[in-house]
Design a protein around this ligand. Structure first.
Ligand SMILES: [Zn+2]
Length: 99
């Protein structure tokens, strides 16, 4: 088992730990769900824009299902890319508690 060092408090932690024992920072391996969700939304928006441009260029009349399909494909690709973006990386998210 390899060791990882918290960038916030420089405490040594074992790979696999979910929380830093030194500062309670959350240890995240790979992408967070929030990042993947953002990727999915971003992908869906991009696909709808690209699709709208292509469809209007081809003079194809508006069909809601086309956009629904495009958004689904874009969301899937965006989600996948976001999931891969931090593949193999370990990050510490420090939680600052309000007083
Ligand atoms: Zn720490």
């Amino acid at each position: 088992m390899s060791e990882i060092i918290c960038p916030h408090c420089h405490t040594l932690a074992m790979r696999g730990a979910n929380v830093c024992v030194g500062c309670q920072a959350e240890v995240v391996y790979g992408s967070t769900f929030g990042e993947m969700k953002q990727g999915a939304i971003f992908g869906a928006v991009i696909f709808i824009i690209v699709e709208a441009l292509i469809l209007s260029g081809l003079d194809i009349s508006f069909e809601f299902n086309y956009y629904l399909f495009g958004a689904a494909v874009g969301a899937f690709i965006g989600f996948f890319l976001a999931a891969r973006a931090h593949d193999g990386s370990t990050r510490f998210f420090r939680v600052y508690h309000r007083k």
